[in-house]
Design a protein around this ligand. Structure first.
Ligand SMILES: [Zn+2]
Length: 343
């Protein structure tokens, strides 16, 4: 199957992990300030420089931990501190998605990481939404933004993000997410904040069970009201929890290549996406980070095909689940329905 041409939907894609290396190089070279430190040792000719930048952005296939993987975000975040850059990278991500027949994407990013250039949350969120909307006018794709919050930072800080995103709800922003390393049982301390988010009208998706803590999946659903779970790999050995999650109609945002890099699974063949599907879980397929994971939606399908011999029915299921589990409005969902027959 030519996965590059098959209509696809992506629900879990981080903006800062999906910058084009070409754009990053251009931004470094055009900036006269402290980006000096990133320019050192990049080499003489453009090709070598691009290669060096790519190395800074792409995580190896065998990262020793989630934290090593997360280091790849340092340079992109350093650069994403102006309205122009935020708008541009959001637009380019939409374009990259459209070029591989992704018809709808939910782009997530954490506004709190983009205040170094003195931008306030309104301008940060507004710039990303603007880039998404501009791309919608040009390419055959629709998009929405999910606001992420770094759960290892102070709980109180999430309220100003939620308030800043409120005017954009239904106008480009659809949900709140908790992300970053997963070391403890984080859900109880975000209970009130997530209740507040839901009251404002945010949908909720939570990174949980990415690298080992199964209880976080249950807590994200029961304590935080998550409608979708990012990753959920940790429940692969726990049929009881799988059953519970399936019964509640929670969607799972699977990201196989990313899980391989963070050692959540040892090899793609060990990834639970197909067993999850057999157990009745509503699985979706996603890149997590296009650049950091050096992948695309096409790449994720191809990687599954190599490991599992997936069939057309699988692509249909993944599309239908993603359509159903997306936070898009009724109109967008109706528009996306037309592409089902092309799979
Ligand atoms: Zn993620």
């Amino acid at each position: 199957m030519n996965y590059g041409k098959v209509p696809k939907i992506e629900l879990h894609c981080h903006l800062d992990g999906s910058l084009r290396p070409e754009t990053v190089l251009e931004l470094i070279e055009s900036s006269k300030d402290t980006t000096e430190k990133y320019l050192q040792g990049l080499g003489e000719n453009r090709e070598a420089r691009l290669q060096a930048v790519t190395t800074l952005l792409v995580a190896p296939y065998d990262c020793d931990s989630l934290d090593t993987y997360l280091k790849r975000f340092e340079l992109p975040i350093y650069l994403m501190q102006t309205e122009e850059v935020l708008e541009r990278v959001a637009f380019e991500l939409m374009e990259d998605c459209a070029k591989e027949a992704v018809k709808y994407v939910e782009i997530r990013f954490a506004p709190q990481l983009h205040t170094e250039g003195q931008l306030d949350y309104d301008r940060i969120i507004g710039s990303v939404v603007k880039g998404v909307k501009r791309a919608e006018q040009i390419f055959e794709i629709r998009g929405n933004v999910i606001l992420s919050y770094m759960r290892n930072s102070d709980v109180e800080g999430i309220y100003s993000v939620l308030d800043a995103g409120k005017p954009y709800l239904g106008k480009g922003v659809v949900a709140i997410d908790l992300c970053a390393g997963e070391r403890d049982l984080f859900a109880p301390r975000f209970k009130e904040a997530m209740g507040y988010a839901r009251k404002l009208g945010y949908h909720v998706t939570i990174h949980a069970g990415e690298t080992g803590i199964t209880q976080n999946i249950v807590d994200a659903i029961e304590i935080l009201g998550a409608e979708r779970i990012g990753h959920g790999v940790a429940m692969m050995d726990n049929p009881e929890i799988q059953k519970k999650v399936a019964e509640r109609g929670i969607f799972i945002e699977c990201c196989p290549t990313s899980n391989l890099q963070t050692s959540a699974v040892e090899k793609i063949k060990d990834h639970p996406i197909l067993p999850f599907e057999r157990e009745g879980l509503l699985i979706t397929l996603n890149t997590d980070n296009r650049t950091v994971s050096n992948t695309s939606m096409t790449g994720e399908f191809e990687c599954l095909e190599k490991a599992f011999d997936i069939e057309t029915d699988f692509c249909k299921t993944v599309y239908e689940n993603a359509l159903e589990g997306s936070f898009a409005d009724i109109e967008t969902k109706a528009w996306l329905t037309q592409f089902k027959s092309q799979i």
